[in-house]
Design a binder for this molecule. Sequence first.
Ligand SMILES: Cc1ncc(COP(=O)(O)O)c(C=O)c1O
Length: 497
Amino acid sequence: MASLLRSSARLRSVPRLSAVRFLSTSPHLRAAEKPFFPDEPTAPKVVTAIPGPKNQQAAAELDQVFDIRSLNMLTDYTHSIGNYIADLDGNLLLDVYAQIASIPVGYNNPNLLKVVQTPEMANALINRPALGNFPSSEWAGILKTGLLKAAPKGLNQVFTAMAGSDANETAYKAAFMYRRQLERGGPDADFSESDLTSTMVNQSPGSPHLSILSFKKAFHGRLFGSLSTTRSKPIHKLDIPAFDWPQAPFPSLKYPLEEHAQENAQEEQRCLAEVERLIKEFHNPVAAVVVEPIQSEGGDNHASPAFFQGLRDITKKHNVLFIVDEVQTGVGATGKFWAHDHWNLTSPPDIVTFSKKAQAAGYYYGNPALRPNKPYRQFNTWMGDPARALIFRGILQEIERLNLVENTAATGDYLYAGLERLAKQYPEAIQNLRGKGQGTFVAWDTPKRDEFLAQAKTVGVNIGGSGANAVRLRPMLVFQKHHADLLLERIEKIFKL
Ligand SMILES: Cc1ncc(COP(=O)(O)O)c(C=O)c1O
């Protein structure tokens, strides 16, 4: 997340460009692109400085009882609609940040509102099950018609969790248990006496010195295990004891890609060689490699399908599991339902984790041996949430009804082309434009990034950052070409300020 979002500086009012309504509408809207949200405004509305007086007052009140130093914008969810986020002062911003990339089908989506008004949802909410012990007879059906219907190719099982970090942690646990069970001689081999006693004092062999390999600048969450694989910023990790696990370099590609093909291929080979070296030599043996298809929080860093195929090959060769963290990339944002669908892998990942736009969380897998050999090894009270799984099913239906993955691919291409034009005009302001062919998962570097993000609000757009210098676009799947027109127009307006 942008450092801006973590700074209290945000609470200061950003200068107000003008308190006028922006009345221009996009050529696509004028050319009758059918909006997914017919009641959406045709343009953002900025009527006060941001934050305005009501927002400032509400923030001060909240500050008395809740730490607001990471506050971006106090939000009026009742008046937010589709791609537009409302504040308390009547400002309505085009939202291309979407709750840190986690809103899939628009604020106050009418079909999701119907999903929550069903007796099935009421039942799930007021009788929340401890899923490992007391799942309902409907749970299989909810999974099959929702989360499993969307499962990545080759994976037909799901473990549901609570959040992205939890999805990754539990995936790591599955990987470690799988590995140790293989070492013991298979699923039926029993634990040794020394396994049982040593684990109670956090010692090997019961608590083994195994590791998960992640990449520099990776972000996989903030719980204890996931945090040890997160390498994006010190502030995330400081003061928290960490596992002694290896990190490999992630390719640092040069843009435009077409002009640096050979150098970039060499860079990817360098990183793959380092992955293989670490797997062979790291003192705590590597049970799994975890990777984001596009490093998101760490600055929107991309690599080619060949790199990921290389990773798959190395992990297979060394019998190490390949975990793909699709928490931010998954559910349509890259113009494919799963970002790893872009890679044409020769065999599927062993585990794919998800959260954010799924509005539910967990991991998919295919190999039955990734179910631990005994019950209660991968377990907690809730183990996910049927209410969230029902919402996921509603999201999936909306994605299918409106062809939102195709929409995101087409809108992304259109948006990228517009940004390429702007980059030619403003080469200082748009550097290293990236995400071509990756739906709306687009980013670029800009020298005064945090200033840019603050100015975006004054022209009616809510945008996020990633890493040190990147502006990252993470619109919803209902973001259309007429929204892209508005966004491009506002971005140019900022450059002209
Ligand atoms: C790729 C990735 N993995 C994991 C996480 C952690 O998810 P959560 O914040 O839901 O725990 C994030 C959050 O930004 C993420 O982007």
